[in-house]
Design a protein around this ligand. Structure first.
Ligand code: HEC
Ligand code: HEC
Ligand code: HEC
Ligand code: HEC
Ligand code: HEC
Length: 375
């Protein structure tokens, strides 16, 4: 190893020692020193968002309960004071790096196992012996002797690591807030799609000459190219209009996050003039083409689901295909039909409960568009 490298390593070791003795936590910024490529991917991912940087989450959390922060186990998992946050003894503190770090590198790589539970699962972090360098879970069989930290190969880790937060969430009244995974499903498929292999080694010196690593960008709904791969749209002419078949190519439901809406916009034009559309102003006018969770408390619609006693949802389950029929009076051969699937991070209803400054939450995002000429 060249001299500069050695210097960095010794600085790192001295930092690590202080961390290990006081609090065995290594902030994201530290991992960046050696895993720069992975850090660069991660810093723009949803996992790097936190209570302090995700306006939608922050505002929903505060409206849901201004005194307690029950969201901490999944949204602020690295916090050293998680219990105090959940019970309301302490409030989120932007000066605490463990709270700012979001779903942090260290947290994910020290999940020892996942405990299944009814309301939501729990991540059980590995205990780090004081004074020892941390064992970060990875997939290497036999990590380098000279490494800055050891890495334990852990199949449990691989198969369970997404389950602690993404599996399901059920509120106190047994209403499902989201469910992305079946009870016996493992996390390997989540990793395959949401952490695709990309070119480049896993750390700066690339000791093992690895050609690829798993992307820590965690592509999801915010990635235009990635989100379009989740769906197929097909069209067919019928006696009195058109059939639009929407297929969910993902193994999980189309809508997981209940603040979101996904909807179809269908426009029929003839010689450039619009002759029919599936809604006038608000996409929710078309009930069958508007995919969303709705929550009720004692029969009355509510926006924030914490206290919901029932729910209604228009959703496509994993791999489900649904044909929606639309009557289009006077449809003719040669008419042009465009079908666009849009997604919004915060559905219109959210604005009844919170005010959002950042318009990216409310601006419709194009997911997929199909143009078709009526045969
Ligand atoms: C069981 C774990 C878990 C708990 C507890 C939890 N969440 Fe989440 N939350 C998630 C996961 C996982 C995501 C990302 C996946 C998704 O979009 O559904 C998420 C995403 C969100 C989003 C969307 C963020 C965005 O920018 O699109 C909001 C809003 C949100 N959560 C609010 C809350 C609030 C408020 C609480 C506490 C009252 C809470 N969550 C508690 C797991 C959890
Ligand atoms: C949401 C959980 C999660 C977070 C957050 C996370 N990782 Fe990972 N990481 C994984 C998983 C899962 C794998 C293994 C993928 C596999 O081997 O199939 C992995 C793999 C790795 C690897 C091995 C190289 C490879 O093949 O990908 C390194 C090194 C690594 N992560 C470092 C980091 C660093 C540094 C950060 C923060 C910048 C980070 N991780 C954040 C889950 C996470
Ligand atoms: C001083 C440099 C350094 C720092 C800082 C560092 N690592 Fe590493 N890490 C390495 C090296 C070197 C390897 C071995 C990689 C190899 O051989 O391919 C490694 C391996 C790993 C592995 C195992 C990779 C696998 O495929 O199993 C994981 C996981 C990992 N690091 C995560 C992290 C996380 C998370 C942090 C921050 C909490 C971090 N590392 C901080 C140098 C570092
Ligand atoms: C400690 C809890 C936790 C773990 C473990 C975790 N996540 Fe997440 N994940 C979250 C939270 C919270 C968010 C949303 C953050 C926000 O938007 O504010 C999220 C967001 C995401 C998103 C963005 C979803 C979208 O499109 O909106 C993807 C993709 C994702 N996670 C994949 C994974 C994968 C794959 C794993 C397993 C390797 C994993 N996560 C493990 C908590 C977790
Ligand atoms: C076949 C590829 C594939 C697999 C496997 C997969 N996903 Fe996805 N996922 C996607 C695509 C594509 C999107 C973006 C499209 C969308 O959200 O409508 C997505 C979106 C998401 C979202 C955001 C949903 C929302 O409400 O907007 C979450 C959360 C998520 N995935 C979690 C997971 C978890 C957890 C697993 C493992 C059980 C998993 N995914 C497995 C392809 C996949």
């Amino acid at each position: 190893m060249h001299r500069r490298g050695k210097q960095i390593v010794s600085i790192y070791f001295s930092c690590l020692l202080t961390f290990a003795l006081s609090a065995p936590y290594i902030p994201n910024e530290k991992c960046k020193e050696c895993h720069e490529t992975i850090y660069r991917e991660y810093e723009h991912s949803a996992h790097a968002l936190s209570y302090f940087s995700d306006e939608l989450h922050h505002k929903v959390a505060d409206v849901s309960n201004p005194k307690t922060y029950a969201c901490a186990p999944c949204h602020m998992p690295a916090a050293g004071n998680r219990k105090a946050l959940v019970t309301g003894r302490e409030r989120p503190d932007p000066n605490d790096v463990r709270e700012r770090d979001g779903v942090s590198c260290f947290f994910c790589h020290t999940i020892a196992y996942v405990q299944k539970a009814h309301h939501f699962n729990r991540n059980i972090p590995a205990k780090q012996a004081k004074g020892y360098k941390p064992s970060l879970f990875g997939t290497l069989e036999n990590p380098d002797e000279s490494d800055k930290h050891s890495s334990l190969k852990s199949p449990i880790y691989l198969e369970n690591v997404c389950k602690g937060c993404h599996s399901h969430k059920i509120n106190e009244n047994n209403v499902t807030i989201f469910r992305a995974m079946k009870p016996d499903e493992n996390a390997l498929s989540c990793v395959r799609c949401h952490m695709p292999e990309v070119l480049g080694g896993a750390e700066k010196h690339n000791n093992r000459n690895r050609a690829t690593h798993h992307s820590h960008r965690f592509p999801g709904i915010r990635d235009p190219k990635f989100r379009s791969t989740g769906y197929a749209i097909a069209l067919k002419r019928t006696k009195d209009g058109i059939d639009v078949t929407l297929t969910n190519k993902m193994p999980h439901p189309m809508i997981i996050q209940p603040a979101r809406a996904k909807y179809l916009q269908i426009v029929v034009t003839r010689n450039g003039r619009v002759i029919w559309r599936n809604y006038r102003k608000d996409p929710s006018e078309d009930r069958q083409g508007y995919f969303v969770y709705r929550f009720f408390e004692g029969g009355h619609p509510i926006v924030i689901p914490t206290s919901a006693t029932s729910e209604k949802v228009n959703n496509l389950q994993g791999h489900e295909s649904r044909t929606l029929h639309y009557t289009v009076p006077g449809l003719k051969s040669g008419d042009n039909v465009s079908v666009t699937l849009f997604a919004r991070l915060a559905k219109e209803d959210c604005l009844k409960a919170i005010i959002l400054e950042d318009q990216t939450y409310t601006t419709p995002m194009l997911v997929k568009k199909v143009e078709w000429t009526v045969p």
